[in-house]
Design a protein around this ligand. Structure first.
Ligand code: PMP
Length: 393
């Protein structure tokens, strides 16, 4: 049986990690994989996470199963962090296996509710969105998003394409810190997207994987909150991997906002059912870390302060890189790096230029010219800026 299996195409980003490891050149720079790294190249365990784990170890008396939806304490605390004013009569939620698990269950839920669903995704988007939909056999179409000239959002193209989504279709939107481009909508533009969805009855699925990495914990959730209060039905897949730095604990949440309490109960039941069919109970350790931190004022303040440091480190690197490139080119054509938000920026370089960065300068980024800003530090920024010019970008 097993010999009938076909080889699977390896994940390009994970392949890049292997290639980087095998490179023996001194001073090589990894701007590939999407994890936060501090200026020493370490992905740290946050202080509040360590403290929460200690408290859990000291006080936890059982590891018996949780509920199919995970613990209510966790879901309530995280829903409040995302939405601020939680519309309890409309809200269904389940803990998920990271943000990826929440996206997968959201798409399963959409198909359960509407077998003819088509998903509309940004071009480009996080490649795993496409991969999951292909695997599920879920039809999808791409909407215009990135303008390779301005390195900002092609908003007119985006609006025209999103208007084609029909009632009961899903429109997948990045809540903040768009991956892979770093280009984001303004709140006024989000208002226009809301108006389009209101008219068509298409349902937004907001992927919120970087709350706190862009403009701040509240600012990064503003768009999601706006959509949540404006539309009758909204799905939100949020991840704690980045903002709590608990990548491997697999911690996320799927939130469904329904039109009324009866529909909310149906959604809650179907979401628990989907968990049961996939893995029964969602992981608890990461969720418990998050609810411990969010439920304690001092821990929460310390976590938020450390997250602000992470965010400001990335903003500082953006400013430094844009300024180096301004000096080298005598122009402002790389200022978009300063306008982008989150861990990533798409440079808009060709695959040959990306290859040249790797061959000539041992600088690794994803083939579409997405670079992880957090892979830099104050010393490597000038090296990258020089290499960008030398590669003719
Ligand atoms: N959505 C986006 C846009 C992402 O970049 C990621 C992580 N790379 C995720 C979702 C999923 O995150 P995780 O499953 O690790 O929580």
């Amino acid at each position: 049986m097993l010999s009938n299996l076909k080889p699977q195409a390896p994940d390009k980003i994970l392949m890049l990690i292997e290639e980087f490891k095998a490179d023996t050149r001194q001073g090589k720079i990894d701007l590939g994989v999407g994890v936060y790294k501090d200026p020493n190249g370490v992905t740290p365990v946050m202080r509040a996470v360590k403290e929460a784990e200690k408290r859990i170890w000291e006080t936890q008396t059982t590891k018996a199963y949780t509920g199919l939806a995970g613990e209510a304490d966790y879901r309530n605390a995280l829903a409040a962090m995302v939405l601020k004013d939680v519309p309890a009569d409309r809200l269904a939620s389940v803990a998920s296996v990271g943000g990826t698990g929440a996206i997968r269950q959201a798409l399963e839920l959409a198909r359960l509710a509407n077998p003819d669903v088509t998903v509309h995704v940004s071009d480009p988007t996080w490649p795993n969105h496409l991969s999951i939909m292909k695997f599920m056999g879920l039809p999808y179409v791409e909407y215009r998003y990135f303008d390779n000239e301005t390195r900002g959002v092609d908003f007119e193209g985006m609006k025209a394409d999103i208007a084609k989504a029909g009632k009961g279709d899903i429109v997948l939107l990045h809540g903040c810190c768009h991956n892979p481009t770093g280009a984001n909508l303004t709140l006024d533009q989000w208002l226009e997207i809301v108006a389009i969805l209101e008219k068509s009855g298409a349902v937004p699925l907001i992927d919120l994987a970087y709350q706190g990495f862009g403009d701040g914990l509240d600012a990064d959730a503003e768009a999601t909150r706006l959509v949540a209060k404006s539309l009758p039905e909204v799905l939100i897949a949020a991840s704690c991997s980045k903002n709590f730095g608990i990548y491997r604990e697999r911690t996320g949440i799927l939130i469904a906002l329904a039109e009324n309490p009866a529909a909310r109960d149906l959604a809650q039941g179907s979401m628990a059912y989907l968990n049961r069919q996939s893995f029964s109970f969602p992981p608890d350790h990461g969720a418990r870390i998050v609810s411990t931190i969010l439920g304690d004022d001092a821990l929460r303040a310390d976590w938020a302060a450390e997250l602000e440091d992470v965010r400001n480190t990335m903003l500082g690197l953006r400013a430094q890189l844009a300024s180096e490139l301004r000096n080298l080119t005598g122009s402002d054509r790389f200022d978009f790096i300063n306008r982008h938000r989150g861990m990533f920026s798409r440079l808009g370089a060709t695959p040959a230029q990306v290859q040249k960065l790797k061959d000539d300068s041992a600088i690794y980024m994803v083939g579409d010219s997405r670079l992880n800003i957090a892979g830099l530090n104050a010393d490597t920024v000038p090296v990258l800026a020089r290499a960008i010019i030398d590669a003719g970008i």
